[in-house]
Write a protein that binds this ligand. Structure first.
Ligand code: HAM
Length: 412
């Protein structure tokens, strides 16, 4: 039996033509980040394990169950990044901290040991922006708007922002006590998982699908905000209304990562059948810089889940992958064909050809398979300095002077 290799469970190969759509998704993300004033930052795909256990939080599902942790040959405990925010904060602290404000973006694969299903992968992609150093609620609004505009550009229909405030650290301490008492009184009715969480991380119980009916009645953090957090939340909502970004308050939204305070949100695509899955999520995290050894620095950010967005995105007509496919109709003119391909490529036109010396019809088939917009045929008319250009979608055909073929193709 020959050995067969498969991609690891919960990971995907992205092959053409789909890979082109992924590349467009990335380009759209980076371009939009630049439009909003965010600069790209590259960080390692693995970090010291402790960065995540501290940064994301010991008692989170991500740290408890989902980390890809390994020991390297030097005996260090390293973890494939399950998210980008802790790395980006670490990178800023390491570079000397944030002077004034800093707006950064990141893109790439993240790793979580999850139960794989549609839109829930073990290697998945996030596009991420972070606004460092700005406490204004208008920064939250800007970041929320960014994610919303990205989903608009990706043609994800019916997006609504599920919004909440979990208050500041002090508000949370008081609320945590209240919630703990409330949960203890009902512990006999809770799932084992939820009961075990009461002591370590009671807010996470609000997230528990198995206990949804019970926790629907629980006191919510947003009902117990101190004045400063409440005013901040009011201003965030005011900003969203001004920009006409649809949102609804989701009092039980607490998010799965521990670094948040005040504003948290997720984007839901309400007409998508897996609507319980968010297309992205983010929040404010004013305490994370200090937690990771930096100076106190207010911060807010978001990560968009590209795998899910690719599933939710409206199908666009497939764009041609090539501008031109050069068909060599006369084997004696092979050199002329090769020169033409080289010339078109140097002019920046996406160009290919078939090198196997096959029949003209086989070359046309190859042009179709390669998703070329035009076939450029090098045949008898080459003697008169001409080629035949055939539109592969419509079949329309034209004789064009070789001199100026680049300009002609670019003008189509
Ligand atoms: P998160 O909610 O854990 O937040 O992830 C953000 C998005 O990544 C999710 O809404 C989802 O679309 C996508 N995602 C998460 N896990 C998976 C998975 N296993 N498979 C496919 N997609 C997934 C964060 O990661 C925070 N770092 C966001 C943030 C940035 N907060 C502040 N700044």
């Amino acid at each position: 039996m020959p050995v067969t290799y498969r991609a690891p469970k919960g990971t995907d190969d992205v092959l053409p033509p789909e890979s082109r759509a992924w590349l467009r998704a990335e380009k759209t993300f980076i371009d939009l980040a630049e439009v909003f004033g965010y600069d790209i930052v590259l960080t390692p795909h693995f970090e010291a394990t402790e960065l995540f256990s501290r940064g994301v939080g010991e008692a989170t599902e991500v740290v408890e169950k989902q980390m890809y942790t390994f020991t390297d040959k030097g005996g260090r405990s390293l973890t494939l990044r399950p998210e980008a925010t802790a790395s980006l904060v670490r990178a800023m602290v390491e570079a000397g901290g944030v002077r004034g404000t800093e707006k950064i973006a990141a893109w790439g694969p993240m790793f979580r040991y999850e139960k794989p299903q549609r839109g829930r992968r073990r290697q998945f992609y996030q596009g991420d922006i972070e606004y460092f150093g700005e406490p204004s609620p208008d920064a939250d609004v800007e970041v929320i708007e960014f994610g919303y505009r990205y989903l608009e550009e990706m043609a994800v229909p019916d997006v609504v922002v599920a919004l909440n405030s979990i208050g500041d650290v002090e508000d949370r301490a008081a609320y945590r006590n209240l919630l703990t008492t409330w949960l203890m009184e009902r512990q006999d009715d809770l799932s084992d998982d939820a009961r075990n969480r009461i002591a370590s991380n009671p807010m996470r119980v609000l997230d528990s699908k198995a206990d949804a009916d019970i926790v629907a009645e629980a006191p919510a953090p947003v009902e117990h905000l101190a004045d400063a957090a409440a005013e901040h939340f009011t201003q965030v909502q005011r900003g969203l209304r001004r920009l006409q970004i649809p949102y609804r308050i989701e009092a039980r939204l607490v998010r799965g990562l521990d670094y948040y305070n005040r504003t948290v949100w997720e984007y839901l695509a309400t007409s998508y059948e897996g609507a319980q899955d968010a297309a992205g999520g983010g929040g404010r995290y004013d305490g994370l810089f200090e937690l990771l050894g930096g100076k106190p620095t207010p911060a807010v950010g978001v990560a968009m889940g590209i795998d899910r967005i690719m599933l939710m995105a409206g199908k666009r007509a497939d764009q041609p992958a090539l501008d031109a496919f050069v068909v060599i109709a006369d084997p004696n003119r092979r050199d002329a064909g090769l020169d033409l391909v080289s010339e078109l490529r140097r002019r920046g036109l996406r160009t290919d050809l078939d090198l196997a010396g096959r029949s003209v019809s086989a070359q046309f088939k190859a042009a179709d398979r390669a998703a070329a917009a035009w076939a450029v045929v090098v045949g008898d008319e080459w003697a008169d300095g001409k080629v035949t250009a055939r539109n592969l979608a419509t079949g329309e055909q034209e004789t064009v002077a070789v001199e100026g073929i680049e300009a002609w193709l670019k003008g189509r």
